[in-house]
Each structure stands twice: as structure tokens, then as C-alpha cells.
Design a protein around this ligand. Structure first.
Ligand SMILES: NC(=O)c1ccc[n+]([C@@H]2O[C@H](COP(=O)([O-])OP(=O)(O)OC[C@H]3O[C@@H](n4cnc5c(N)ncnc54)[C@H](O)[C@@H]3O)[C@@H](O)[C@H]2O)c1
Length: 259
């Protein structure tokens, strides 16, 4: 056994003393990442668009963690800069970024408005790139960091009436690989979590027939729960994944491995 092997312990999965920015970390799947990180030791900074932050605040405080918020629209460059400045002012560093904010609006291929297509791609893909790059500039100064982008099962497959979502989530794969390539030399790892189907607001409008069809197609026979993402997120945010870079971690109950 070499020295590094000797030094390994469960502490490699701890985020004690770490600071994590989780975009949209106050709702649904984002709340899962926030809860996971707070439970294993991280302080949180939550950029949020909708007001309701009471639950995530309570969770963090119950775990004895600090939590700060800044409300705004992440597609606005000035706001993104403010988030980074306020996080640095509060905590003095940014160890982890989870690019979780995203949106979807279903619509017919033949009539989908270009303006809506542009809006979704701007948030899901372009803002993932812009904010990741902006945060990485601070991580480069620190000499380390972890960026976790949120892709989707639709980063690998297409689905009906979801063109901008499918296209932008495929873009997240490219961003993840490109960042791994650009940032590896600075000891920054960039990976993606690709959730399968989770019954959250983002797909609240889904037809019950399609919901069942998807559940039947899943090897595990059920839609995901936000708790299913907690372990994978902690792994990618922690020292335990220091040699994992540019990878896509599918958390989808096996969806993408079957026909
Ligand atoms: N629910 C699923 O089944 C599923 C599956 C795969 C991937 N995802 C991805 O997971 C992430 C979270 O999705 P969710 O299901 O928790 O839905 P959600 O709607 O709760 O999460 C999206 C979050 O992004 C925020 N947001 C939206 N537009 C924003 C903007 N312009 N600026 C700042 N914040 C903004 C919302 O306020 C919300 O907090 C998204 O990236 C989504 O694409 C979800």
C-alpha cells in the first residue's frame, strides 16, 4: 500500500469547511443538493429567482451551517458578478459550484417560438458556460475547485416537444468536457450529473400516460426522488472524486442504458 492509499478514509467524502454555490438551491432537485452538502459540512450560498427560501434556510441552520442568499436572474451578467462578489465577501472563497438552475417549456416542433427557444438555451446552456467560467476564474486563483453541471437524461436522448431543452442539455455535456480540458491543469474538476426523470415542477405538465410509460421503461420501475441525487452530488463535490474530470454521472434508474 502506498502513502496515499494509507491516508484514505471516509473523511474524503466530507465537505467540512467547504463553501458551495448552488444555483436554484432552494427548490426541488436543487434543495436536494443543498441539503446533502449542508449535512456533510458545507456552508451554502444560494442564488435564487423565486422568493421561497425558508425551507433551505431551516435545513442549513439545523445542521449548524451558514447560508446566504441573493435573489436575481442568472442570465443577467451584472447579477452573476454580484453573486460571486457577495459569496467572496461572505466566505472568502468558492470551493464548489453546482450549475443547477434550468427551465423547460414543452411545445410543438413546427410552431415553437424562436424567442422561447432562445430564452431556454440562454439559461440552460449559455448561462451554465458563462457562470461556470466566471466562477472558475476565482477557483483558478485559489488553485482548486469543483464544478458540477446539471445535464439530463435528455443530454443523451431526445424527447417530443422539448427541442430547446434537449439541445441545451446536450450543450451542457460539451461545456463539461471543455471545462475539464481547460481547468484540469488548475486542479479544478468539472463533471456533470445527468438526472433521469424526477417528478418536480419542471415537468409538472407531463401527460399522466407519458408519466406511466416512462416509469415502465425505467429498469428500477419508478421516477427519481431528489434524495437519489444527494450521494452522487457529494461524491463529485468532495476529495473522493479528485481524479474524476469531464465525466457524466447518470442518476436515472438505468433509463439511458436500455431501449
Ligand atoms: N426534474 C427533473 O426530472 C429533471 C431531470 C433532469 C434534469 N433536471 C435539471 O435539474 C435542474 C433543476 O430542476 P428541477 O426539476 O429541480 O426544477 P426547478 O424548476 O425547481 O429548478 C430550477 C431552478 O432554477 C431556477 N431558475 C429558473 N430560471 C432562472 C433564472 N433565469 N435565473 C436564476 N434561477 C433560475 C428556478 O427558480 C428553480 O429554483 C434543472 O437544470 C433541470 O433541467 C431536472
Amino acid at each position: 500500500m502506498n502513502e496515499k492509499m494509507q491516508g484514505f478514509s471516509i473523511d474524503f467524502f466530507s465537505l467540512k469547511g467547504k463553501v458551495a454555490i448552488i444555483t436554484g438551491g432552494n427548490t426541488n432537485l436543487g434543495l436536494g443538493y443543498s441539503t446533502a452538502f449542508a449535512k456533510v459540512g458545507a456552508d451554502l450560498f444560494i442564488p435564487h429567482l423565486i422568493d421561497d427560501v425558508a425551507e433551505v434556510r431551516e435545513i442549513a441552520e439545523k445542521e449548524g451551517r451558514r447560508i446566504e442568499f441573493l435573489k436575481g436572474d442568472l442570465t443577467d451578467e451584472a447579477y452573476r458578478k454580484e453573486v460571486i462578489a457577495k459569496c467572496l465577501e461572505t466566505y472568502g472563497k468558492i470551493d464548489i459550484l453546482v450549475n443547477n438552475a434550468g427551465m423547460n417549456v414543452f411545445g410543438d416542433f413546427q410552431t415553437y417560438p424562436n424567442s422561447l427557444f432562445a430564452k431556454i438555451v440562454e439559461l440552460n446552456q449559455n448561462t451554465c458556460y458563462y457562470f461556470g467560467r466566471e466562477v472558475s476564474l476565482e477557483m483558478i486563483k485559489q488553485g482548486y475547485g469543483k464544478i458540477i453541471n446539471i445535464g439530463s437524461a435528455l443530454s443523451f436522448t431526445a424527447d417530443e416537444r422539448s427541442m430547446p431543452y434537449v439541445i441545451s442539455k446536450h450543450g451542457v455535456v460539451g461545456i463539461t468536457r471543455d471545462f475539464a480540458n481547460e481547468l484540469g491543469k488548475f486542479n479544478i474538476q468539472c463533471n456533470a450529473i445527468c438526472p433521469g426523470f424526477f417528478a418536480t415542477e419542471i415537468n409538472a405538465d407531463i401527460d399522466p400516460v407519458i408519466y406511466e410509460r416512462i416509469a415502465k421503461r425505467l429498469p428500477q420501475g419508478r421516477w427519481g426522488d431528489p434524495a437519489d441525487l444527494m450521494g452522487p452530488a457529494v461524491f463529485l463535490a468532495s476529495r473522493a472524486s479528485d481524479y474524476v474530470n469531464g465525466w457524466l454521472l447518470n442518476v436515472d434508474g438505468g433509463f439511458t442504458c436500455v431501449i
